[in-house]
Design a protein. Structure first.
Length: 522
């Protein structure tokens, strides 16, 4: 460490600044991307707006990536995902915790990296060994920080799985614990009929099976590093003490010193042996004291190292998410900076305003370029960013409707036709093949069956209309308490249109039912 601190100040601070900048960019990557995109679009002469090198849709698509919540329904879906995944109130690891963990582990790794460098690069120069020590410390630090963080996250995820499995066992193992992955693209109400532990497992990263591979690998790696580094330190200490003892000459009274000339003094052999024995005992006692103190220090350092890794595991356990897409949902609703949909909407409106300004600049640049070249610019309808987002919302709404329709068809195909017939009418004989030449042919569905089916369909649609009216009444009460936004007005109009379509279908079904009743009762 002293060699590292002895580097030129400019080089040392440059190294520290680069490491800190890399860490900040990794944590604040979304803001860095936002700044880079705005700069690239607005840069003079060579920017995309200045060169008019992109289309309006391309610009809107680039800015749409930063708007992850497009309506209140979308916001509620992401909040519901976090709630069902058990990640409500959780957040990612703060930047300060990352910096603290890396600094602690790096300092500890530097302590034994110098010892290991001498044996990793035998015969190398002092400068080469210093560089090797830095490399070893960096590698060990990266491995330890990553393993301990992911081990803590794995323990948190497995804790959620154990809780869900324990609740499932307490309920008598009723139903399946895991019914399928629930991603953010799916309607979060699809598993509302499932118990809470099934909802949690459906969104968990590991599903219904707990895994401890990362935790076991972390424990093995930490123990190997702690025991191995302590052992090597001890052997280096033994070597140093051995060299010190070997370099200590035996005490001879017949030698002379500048201060005292004892050349003429010669002790008897027995006395000289006693003096040498006393000197050897002093040397051995000093060696033993240094050895005990050194090993005690190394053991304390090993305990500090192990507890630092436990601290890293606790950090990973405290911060992070168990849901497979909880991190995306958390980012979409503002990464914990906002507490309501109104706050998130205001934030995304600022992005929309910037996008609209860039779009207008691009359109003006295209018109100016056409004027300079003498060509006529397209005078068609000018696209706005709000119109683009409205089109995207319509696409999302159609996608959700298609997904719900396909899911309903899939579930309907799984139901047995015989079971449906038994629930409506008594069992009837299997229909014979349709023949044009036979006047008394058996139809696949009798008039009574069709009448019963239509009655059920009319009842179902009436119930749906009643629920739609109740929701409309609730929304009207909500709008009376708070001003209606553009998104809410659009949603209300879509619901009214759907209600009118449902009413029209019900009326058509009624007329068809009356026609059938008239045909059966002449």
């Amino acid at each position: 460490m002293s060699e590292l601190l002895s580097l030129p100040p400019a080089l040392l601070w440059s190294l520290v600044s680069v490491l800190v900048a890399c860490m900040i960019m990794a944590v604040m990557w979304e803001r860095v991307k936002w700044w880079a995109m705005n700069t690239w679009y607005s840069f003079p002469v060579i920017g995309r707006i200045a060169r008019a090198s992109v289309s309006d849709n391309k610009l809107c698509s680039d800015y749409k990536r930063f708007i992850r919540v497009r309506s209140r329904h979308d916001y509620d879906e992401k909040v519901t995902y976090l709630s069902k995944a058990g990640d409500t109130g959780r957040r990612g690891t703060p930047l300060l915790i990352w910096l603290l963990t890396i600094a602690l582990v790096f300092v500890e790794a530097m302590g034994f990296s110098y010892v290991l460098a001498g044996y990793t690069i035998p015969g190398a120069s002092e400068n080469t060994q210093q560089i090797g020590a830095l490399g070893i410390a960096f590698i060990v630090s990266v491995l330890l920080v990553g393993l301990t963080h992911f081990a803590g996250e794995e323990l948190y995820i497995n804790g959620k799985i154990r809780m869900a499995r324990r609740s499932w066992v307490d309920k008598g193992r009723t139903g399946d614990l895991f019914t399928g992955d629930m991603t953010l693209k799916k309607d979060q109400s699809l598993d509302d009929d499932q118990p809470y532990y099934t909802q949690l497992v459906n969104r968990n990263k590991h599903g219904a099976q707990a895994s401890y591979w990362i935790t076991m690998a972390t424990v093995v790696f930490v123990l190997v590093v702690a025991i191995g580094s302590t052992y090597v330190r001890g052997k280096v200490l033994d070597k140093q003490l051995h060299n010190d003892v070997s370099a200590t000459p035996a005490l001879q009274l017949g030698t002379s010193t500048p201060a005292l000339n004892l050349d003429a003094l010669v002790l008897p052999a027995d006395d000289q042996a006693q003096v040498n024995a006393a000197h050897d005992k002093v040397v051995e006692d000093g060696k033993h004291i240094d050895e005990v103190a050194g090993w005690g220090t190394f053991i304390v350092l090993a305990f500090i190292f192990v507890f630092l890794q436990i601290l890293g595991v606790l950090f990973g356990y405290k911060w992070g998410f168990a849901g497979a897409e909880s991190k995306l949902a958390f980012k979409a609703i503002g990464s914990g900076r906002y507490s309501s949909y109104e706050d998130v909407r205001d934030y995304y409106r600022e992005i929309a305003d910037v996008a609209q300004a860039k779009l207008e600049g691009l359109q003006n640049s295209r018109r100016n370029s056409s004027s300079r070249s003498g060509t006529s610019a397209d005078r068609g309808e000018v696209l706005t960013f709000a119109q683009f987002m409205e089109q995207e919302r319509d696409k999302d709404s159609r996608d959700r409707e298609n997904e719900a329709m396909h899911e309903g068809r899939r579930q309907g195909a799984q139901r047995s036709p015989a079971t449906q017939g038994q629930s409506l009418r008594p069992p009837v004989a299997a229909p014979a093949p349709v023949s044009v030449s036979t006047p008394k042919q058996v139809q696949p569905e009798t008039a009574d069956d069709e009448l019963a089916r239509l009655e059920q369909e009319v009842a179902r649609r009436k119930q749906a209309q009643l629920e739609a009216q109740q929701r409309a009444a609730e929304e009207a009460a909500t709008r009376a308490a708070a001003p209606e936004t553009e998104e809410e007005e659009l949603a209300r109009l879509e619901k009214n249109l759907e209600a009118k379509r449902t009413q029209a279908k019900i009326e058509a079904m009624k007329r068809e039912l009356q026609a059938l009743e008239t045909g059966n009762n002449p």
